[in-house]
Design a protein around this ligand. Sequence first.
Ligand SMILES: [Fe+2]
Length: 230
Amino acid sequence: MTDDLFAAQGFCAVPLFDPETVRAARDDIAEQVDRVARALYMPFEHSLPDVPVGDRLDRIAAAERSHASLLRVAICTDAHRGPRLTALAESPALLETASRLAGGPIAGSIRRVRASIAAFPEHRHDWHSDVAIDDGTNCGRVRVTAWMPLGDAGPEDGGLELVPGRRSAPFEHRRGDGFAIPEETLAGLPRVRPVCPAGTVLFLDRFTPHRTLPVAGAARFALVIWFKAG
Ligand SMILES: [Fe+2]
């Protein structure tokens, strides 16, 4: 059923993990913030270590935006190397599902944490597919993306919006401020905003257009894994 949905729609949501295990992986993010905040001249207390990590960067940004900005980059650069996130990324169930949906063995992957934070709306991703140019180069070898929110994510809390449908080529992306599919290209096409509770992984085909929806409250963190074919 899952595989049929993926083959037809270019995405599927699969409950794979215990929700509490996934929520607990946010501690890797809090620890990353602590570690980087301790390395600065800025007193550690200014990083608000007692505030829950979902609210922490918004609160820091209200006082010192550049401080929060640096911590956000640190999260997106290598928080994924934390032990809890590593365990999730290396789970056999995840790899097995990705390889089945990709239709063949996985030769490698790239991992990152992605953060949607109300104070930094400029970092929300506009419409794109994870393979934008199908030229067989490094990025072009991505077959399937696993998007795993570290909490409940949906239309109201920083989920994704997708244009369903399996495609054999990417929509054309336009270079501007970023690299995105123009809104008019997607006009009239159906869109879905999947509800993705903690523990569920959203798998996307390489050519499925998606974008980040705004987050109004606590930050939404997600572990993203781009699985590549050989
Ligand atoms: Fe993406």
